[in-house]
Design a binder for this molecule. Sequence first.
Ligand SMILES: Nc1ncnc2c1ncn2[C@@H]1O[C@H](COP(=O)(O)OP(=O)(O)OP(=O)(O)O)[C@@H](O)[C@H]1O
Length: 620
Amino acid sequence: MSIKGGSYVNVSSSSRIMVWKTAGAVLRLIWGNDRMLLLGAGMLQVVAAIIPALQIYTTKEMVDVLSEALVSPNKTASFPAALAWVTLQSFLFASLTVMRSIGEYMSLQLQTRTSFHMDKQIAEKAAKLPLSVFDQPTYYDQLQRVSNGVSLRTMNVIQSLFALVQHVFTLTAVLIVLAAFHWAVAAALLLILIPNMLLHMRIGQWQFWQMIAQTPTARRSKYIFQLLCGREAAKEIRVFGTAIYLRDLWSKLFWKNATEQLRLHRKTLLSRSVHEGGAELTLYLACILLTWLCVQGRMTVGSFVSIFQAMRNSQNAMSGMVFTLSRFYQDALYVSEWFTFAGMEEERSPEKPSTLSGSLQKGIEVRELTFQYPGAVEPDLDQISLHIHPGQKIAIVGENGAGKSTLIKCLIGLYSPSQGQILYDGIPLESLEPTDFRKRVTAVFQDFVQYQLTLKENIGLGHLEQINNTEALIQAAHRTGINEWLTLKAESLETQLGILFEGGKELSLGQWQKVALSRALFKEAELVVLDEPTSSMDPKAEAELYRLFSTLSEGKISLMVSHRLGSCKHADLILVMEKGRIIEQGNHNQLMSQNGVYADMFRIQANLYHIETVSEPIIS
Ligand SMILES: Nc1ncnc2c1ncn2[C@@H]1O[C@H](COP(=O)(O)OP(=O)(O)OP(=O)(O)O)[C@@H](O)[C@H]1O
């Protein structure tokens, strides 16, 4: 079954293959990690499955012994035999209870370990995916599906498999016992079982495909709910009075999914009721047949009672089996999403990786680089060629959306070019060993991370090998002026930052930016990338930082994106971008004398400062 325009079309056979493939993959996965637990739990299930059939047999023997005793002259003579059957039956009940408790504990253990293993794999996988994957909404749909209790569903698959095996054993044993009495009774049971199983498999598929179809809406509704309840939008919701609008949007999305779910539930209940009615009728007819055989004297009272009991028990076992099957189908389809996620293509590593030896000699050469985001109609970077020499300081300027950040991300290998090449000392970037290459890069991105962790971690994450080097951490914090608002001692490095967790210290945006800069400075790297590194800083901090950077990046390549053209004046090369292209390049003096876009932008900014310093304030 698949979804077209919100409705379901039948592809159930491929779903069935997927279900059994997933069940196999789940077994292999758990076998690989916890085979002893799996074997133990499996054996318990099989033993527990045989017990109900033994119980039917003991009941039959017990009733026959007792009914014989009733008609025999020496009634008490049968007592030891009857007692033996009663004792055996009690023993069987007791063993079943003990086995269930042990099985439950083993399952719990297996579930905890599987949950850890699967979540770990999701986290590891996400870290290996190409950055472009994070630009696609389908990734977030899939992530939501795999992070929403998938490990619990994996355990359900295993438990359902065990339960199915148990049901199959129980029912087979019951069928054999019944067929030995009369084939028609066994046939009646099968007649109930097979259509019911097919129906419940189908119900499992319906529910799964509905869940897939509803994920985007569920995610959107969750997002709006978070906006309503979280910190991110709290200010704007109050200032713009958008709470009711957002709440209505959320409730519309909520009810869209809920109405569809209720509709499917109605359909499911109706189909189930029709099937259960048919099953009840068939059982009723089989019971009439039994009664007829008994009154004709063609079976003993013991046989009649035990078959009657077996028929009713098997009805429960069948309901259990079809319910388990439906749950198994749904869970296995759900878990198949985890395997799809785990199989996602990772960031490509070169087959024969090259490494750069020592510091760059020839620098970075970009040849006709073209890049287009997935779904974009036009290239976001268009035929860019340039040469960056070792030790050069590059500034990239241009209007919003010109492609500055995208160019930087391509240059450090976060995005792969659609066309063209980037060469480091003549070696194509895609053939460089990624981990080795990234050791050469440090960066502060426009959307830097505010880690809700300690100050030590916020800086130390820049260079993990040195995270316990207190002196170096304090030095990195000093460089960006963190000491001006936090006394920098070894203990203060343990200060929790942000308000998300108890005892945390919230910072201003500019302070967070300084922390991000300290993190970048903490890593000794040959290529320094700064995407609007001072956008939230006060003028004094900004001026100090530029001074600091020109000293620290001596002999290194620095790539800086900035809208403050004053900060680019001392760059060796300024790239002016417009609509994905470099339209001007040169140093400040060259570009000013060209009198082009850069010179215009520079004068506009200079004029703003000039007006503000020499004339009346614009807003009084
Ligand atoms: N993750 C993305 N997915 C799709 N398109 C994107 C993505 N990021 C940026 N774009 C598009 O690529 C173009 C270039 O964006 P980019 O962020 O490189 O511009 P920029 O020059 O850095 O802008 P700004 O000065 O506003 O930071 C824009 O048209 C933008 O819409």
